[in-house]
Design a protein around this ligand. Sequence first.
Ligand SMILES: Cc1ncc(COP(=O)(O)O)c(C=O)c1O
Length: 401
Amino acid sequence: MDHSETPLLDALADYHSLGRYGFTPPAHRQGRGVDKRVIDVLGREPFRDDVLASNGLDDRRSSGRFLARAEELMADAVGASDAFFSTCGSSLSVKAAMLAVAGGRGDLLLGRDSHKSVVAGLVFAGVQPRWISPQWDEERHLSHPPSPEQVAAAWRDYPDAAGALIVSPSPYGTCADLTGIAEVCHERGKPLIVDEAWGAHLPFHDQLPTWAMDAGADVCVVSVHKMGAGFEQGSVFHVQGDLVDRQRLSKCADLLMTTSPNVLVYAAMDGWRRQMVEFGNGLLGAALDLAAKTREAIDEIPDVEVLDAELLRRAGIPRPRSTAGPDRRVGYGMLWLPGGRLAARTHATRLGPVRSPSSPGDLVHRRRRRECRAFGRRVVALARVGRRTRATTGHSSAVAK
Ligand SMILES: Cc1ncc(COP(=O)(O)O)c(C=O)c1O
């Protein structure tokens, strides 16, 4: 397929170049009806591009196939059979997958570290959870995803469950042995759903952990806004094999989806796919190098420990697809952390008393005006693809200090 194509972006460009105007929602009329004080903050462009997806950008029957074509290109880019875009985050995609696999059919095997959206999906779809405990790491105060052995044991206890759902990467940046887990599920002819919300970038660099579809998962959900250059709420779910009925999945997603999807969210995902196919390897390689350098710098700060190669030594954590190249081995441990996540464990002495689980993050925010994620005594900063490497390094060292 021709990955220089961007059907949704091109349709939006045509919309503008033809000077089209809608007597339909959105009622702001491409920004004309918006209060100046709002424009002063948001600018006019977001409103200009916020046009109706159907019967606007495309006709009511979607005969322009802009969305369908963009989804085909996404699936082709990552090697999945099918891809579906959602503008309601992975929170929707994961619920759609759960509903399609287990809705009205009983039980689902689930990692106990599942995201809130999974729990909401259980309530909503009336599915009975059969929890699998993640592997709790006493020393580092974090959890690693369940192992294939744990999933096999859960299948022995609940052989009639409809499928399994595993979160990988975990919010701590640790990854499951998805190949092993997929094998265990498929031995019983059951589908594996992977909540890979934090792994949208994984297919685009061979020194990142294997992404779920390559590992044999049947459905995989990714948030493009988390690790890719998409707007908040941009999510894709991918499907392969014949264990999950595509039509049912698509209908479940349609049931849950908004009838007013945001074209900005769609178009940004379309453009991000083109960027990743054309430049992803180089951009992600640079992000990995940058993360490696930042890790080294952080490691020199007294009382701050960078979680790194030690995560590798844990049993059941998969290898990256490639370990080629001497330079890469320097940042080897880091490569396990999606997108070069820098998980620094803080000791109370340096940052002051830790009173609430979010204290390290609050401190970084208050003192340095940089936002990063904090779990208990851990701070996680994401090194992502960006054009201004020097600025990114500056921000990273501000977080480190
Ligand atoms: C593991 C996991 N799954 C699903 C979600 C939901 O993703 P979204 O914010 O795209 O709705 C999140 C969000 O943080 C997450 O961490």
